[in-house]
Structures are given as structure tokens and as C-alpha cells.
Write a protein that binds this ligand. Sequence first.
Ligand SMILES: *[C@@H]1O[C@H](CO)[C@@H](O)[C@H](O)[C@H]1NC(C)=O
Ligand SMILES: *[C@@H]1O[C@H](CO)[C@@H](O)[C@H](O)[C@H]1NC(C)=O
Length: 635
Amino acid sequence: MKLSLSIPLSSFYCFFFLLVLSVSSEERASTPPRGWNSYDSYSWIISEEEFLQNAEILSQRLHAHGYEYVVVDYLWYRRKVPGAGADSLGFDVIDEWGRMIPDPDRWPSSSGGKGFTEVANKVHSMGLKFGIHVMRGISTQAVNANSPILDTTTGSAYEESGRVWHAQDIGFKEKTCAWMQHGFMSVNTDLGAGKAFLRSLYQQYASWGVDFIKNDCVFGDDLNLNEITYISEVLKELDRPILYSLSPGTSATPDMAKAVSGLSNMYRITGDDWDVWEHVVAHFDVTRDFAAAKMIGSSGLLGTSWPDLDMLPLGYLTDPGSNEGPHRKCRLNIKEQRTQVTLWSIVKSPLMFGGDLRNIDDTTFSLITNPTLLEINSHSANNVEFPYISGSTSARARKHGRSRSYPTSVEESEVEVLGMTSCKDPKANGWLVQELDQDLERICWKENMENRHGEPFCLYKRNSSAESEQEIMYGSQYQGPLHLLASENTEFCLDASPKRKITSSEFTRGTFSDCTWNANQMWKFHGNGTLISSYSGLCAKMIKLKANDGAAGARSWIATGRSGEIFLAFFNLNSYDMKISALVSDLAKALPGRTVSSCTGNEIWSSTKIDRPTLDSISILVESHDCALYVLNCR
Ligand SMILES: *[C@@H]1O[C@H](CO)[C@@H](O)[C@H](O)[C@H]1NC(C)=O
Ligand SMILES: *[C@@H]1O[C@H](CO)[C@@H](O)[C@H](O)[C@H]1NC(C)=O
């Protein structure tokens, strides 16, 4: 009876499951998106011809490996003329409604108001999907021009309360993008006109045939939850499935990610990644924390959302923010490149290749198309850092390693920096106010006050009784918030956000610059000990960082495969070689519900085989900055 009932039931479930599968083939970003982005090799200066050449090569050589999106990175609307650069003002092509349109000199097919329509058509005919990068809010140029706002429901200017609304009604001049201060500012999403403007942008992108939007200067230190929330709503209502990607990720925390993951399909979790070893290292702690918080593959905008480690700057590249195209080779050595691609794969980051595809070399090609890595990237599960490893190294290896500054003690290898976090983070309430005398107060990080060594980290309230014109103008708006100085006698104010995109490893003790009445320099102190920024609504806290990669040592990640195999990666971040080991009996500790007593398998980079079942340990010498990756069959 029981048995006979279970047969139709299970076939019903089977049918139901198939039904769900066929619907979920529409699900957005069900595996980490993969493709190419123009920034690492062209900065902002790419032309239509160069872009389509890269797309063509992607479709011929990489599409079969799952690389599907081709994305134009920033400033496609900026004219490439003398004086124009990454943060210049006045060189952008905008339409009568203050919207960015492609520079017709660089994108000839856009002339006559066609935007990216023809480029998108060509990309689609190659079997690929087309993506663009856009900044927060509205351009300074549109605000200066005071363009009227388009109401897409009527096709004419947006009217409310009996008047036409313009760019100056919706742009927050004091909320310019902190790393592109002359370029863009937030819009007021509380206003119908602010919403109408954002809607007019995203509906236009959809009409061009865009499939992927990278929205920059809205996440990390630049968090702009209002815009993300509204744009996500607009994207949800469009007929066209557009993936939504958020950037940058400087200071991003799992807490912050929880606020945006459901609204997006991917979001950056670090600052920009370039071909610098310290950038690669900086991703290890962050990914560990996001995996532990169960953020890998959480539910997202009409599908799934993925923590994004940034593009892969491999092969033939340019330099950050430059006015030059591809002109140099990647500066990471092959071991460092292997480490990068292995980490990106096993944490299931989107894989967006950044090198110039017209000049891709065989080594780079085989690295980014390695079938084991791509299988892990798309289809592994239970991905977490695996802490149960040991490392051993001979004194000789250390001495003869490439170590420049091997730390003498662990304490010396830590540095404290000012970072940003969600205000709900219980560790954010570490500030207290100290009255020095009647006129002077400072705000200090409590933990350092109790510390015997060195100076406490304090910020000084600025005496702003001398009223300038700007102070009178913004004074009422900033009643309560304050300027914070590095010391009582300087006139340099603390910025909420770095002016350029930086990796956490590059932080200094906050960033200070000339005081202005701009939201990214205004702070509010709450009685519960939090210090909140008027720019992003995030709170400041002191973070301990490892100052030297020599101390970061050996790392390991584990994941399971579709056929029950176990993937185990070892990374040696040290500047000397190290033998890294894991006990077979420990593997199950990271794999809930699984028992492991013996394994066979192979290491993919050295083709080392474990033929006879090992009950004991898995152990291999990993060279400095290199990694090992095992595919294990365990019982
Ligand atoms: C501190 O107070 C602010 C303002 O009421 C609140 O938003 C924040 O969540 C609180 N944070 C902590 C850590 O208690
Ligand atoms: C702050 O400004 C007021 C008014 O200008 C002045 O009387 C006071 O001495 C100033 N305090 C400090 C610490 O500079």
C-alpha cells in the first residue's frame, strides 16, 4: 500500500520538478554570469569597431565555454577629444531629456538617435548578450543644462503640480559620485520627477536591446539604496530580461549585501581588481566572510544574485582610468594568475574576462577555459573556506623565498584602518565623544582609548561658526551633521568615500581633503555610539587588516560537485614555498551531512594522481603565490 502510493507520487513530483525546471530556464543568472568587459583593456576609450571585434572573438572562441555577455564599460557617451578624461566635465553627449547617448564619433551606428540599437542587434546575431555600464543618478552636464525630464507614459515633458520638471529639480548637487565628482550625482527618488527620470533611462536601455546593466557608484562606500531599489522595480516591470549588476564594492560587508542581493543579480564585494598581487590577496578574507554569511547564490532580482570579485585582468591590458587602449601584458606571473582564476571559480564569482580578446595568448585562453574550473564555477555547491589545513615550510625555504619583509610577529602584521559598514552592524557603535574643553570636542574609537600602545584614533569636530556663503546655503540642511577633522588645527575634512576606486588593502587611516559642504563629508554622531555618513547612510568603524601578505599564509576552499565529487583548493599566499595538508577525516567537517573516510583523485595543475585510496592526508608542496586544485572521489 505504502509502496504503491509512493510510485504515482514520485512521478508526480518528477513531473512537477520538470515543470519548475522549464519555468526556471527563464530565471535570471541561475549560474554566475560569464562574459567580457571592456574596462581592463580599453579604460573608457573603446570604439564600436574594437568592441564588435572583441564580441566576434568571444562568440567564436569563448561562447562555447559559457562566456555570453559583452559589456561596454564606462563613459561610452564621452567624446574622445583633447581635455576629456575619466573625471572631466563638459564632453558628454546627452539628448534633449538629459540622457546619455553614445558618442557618435566612437559609435557611428548610434547616429540619428539610434543609440546602441545596431550594436545590440549585431551582438545578438552573434548569439551573445549585450551589456552597458552606467553611473549613479544624473550627469552634472544634464543638471547644468537643466534639461526637462521625459515622462515615458506621455512621451512629453514630465508635469506635476501644474509645471514642467527639470534636471535641477531632481539632482542632489551635494551627493556627487565620490570617485567621479565632476561627472554624476544622485537623483531624488522621493520625487515623481526623480523616478520619471530613472524610468526614462532604463526604458531607453531596454528599447536599445540591452541585456545587462552594470550600475556604478551605487554600492560599497557609495551605497545608494534608494536608486538601487527604484531601478530594480523598473527592471522588474520591463518585458526584456536585464541582469542588474552593482558596483563598486569598496568596504562592502555581508550586512550591506543583504540589503541589495534581492534587488540585483550580482554585486561587487571589493574595490577594483587590477593585475597586482595584493589585490588578489585582498579577496580571500572578503570571500570567506560572504560565503560564511551564505551569500553565494542567494535569491536575487527575478532569479539569483552573486557576490562579484570583479573582472579578470589577464592577457593584454591598459591602466586604470587611462586614456589609452591595450598596450601592455598582465603583470601577474602564471602562478598568481592561476591562483586568481581558481579563487574566482571556487567562490562562484561571475567571470568577466578583461583582457583584449584580439590579442589573447594561448596560456590565458586555456586558463579562462579550463573545464574543471568552469564546472566548479557554474555547478559546485557548499562552497566555503576550509580552515582545517596545516602548512609546513623549512627555514631555508623562507630565507630563500622572495620575501621582502617577512613579519617578525603577528601583531606587527596588523594595521587598523577606517572603513564603512552598515549602521546595524553591532561593531559600528564603538565611538564616544570626549570633551577636551568648552569649545573643543573629539570623537574617538573606544577600543583604542583603552589600548596602552600609541595614540587613540580620534576625529575633531570642526568649529564652523565662521559662516561662508555655502555654509548659510547648506546650513539648515546640515543642522546636526558635522565636519570631522584629522586634528584640531587642520582644515582637512574626513571623506565618507575614497575619491578613486581602491582596494581595501590600500586604505590609509581614512581619507581627508579640503572641507566642503558636500554630503560625503558630513557626519552625524548617534547616542548609541555610531558615526553615520550623510552620503551613503553607512557607519564608520575601525577595521583590523593584515598589513603583510607574508602572514596571511596558506588558505583552502572546499566545494562539492554535481556527481558527488569534492573540490579542494590550496592557496599559498606566502612569499616562500609551503607544503599544505588536510586530513581526509577533516573534509566532512565542512560538508554537512557527509561522511568521508578515504579518497582518490587528482590535482589538476600538476596532474598528480592519488590512485590508491588515501585514509590519511592530502598533502602537496605549493610554490609561493601558487595554488593546487584537487578533484576528489571520496567514500
Ligand atoms: C544606532 O542608532 C541609529 C539611529 O537610531 C540606528 O539606525 C542604528 O541601527 C543604531 N545602531 C546600533 C549598532 O545600535
Ligand atoms: C570657535 O569659534 C568661536 C566663534 O568664532 C570662537 O569664539 C571659539 O574660540 C572657536 N573655538 C575654537 C576651538 O577655535
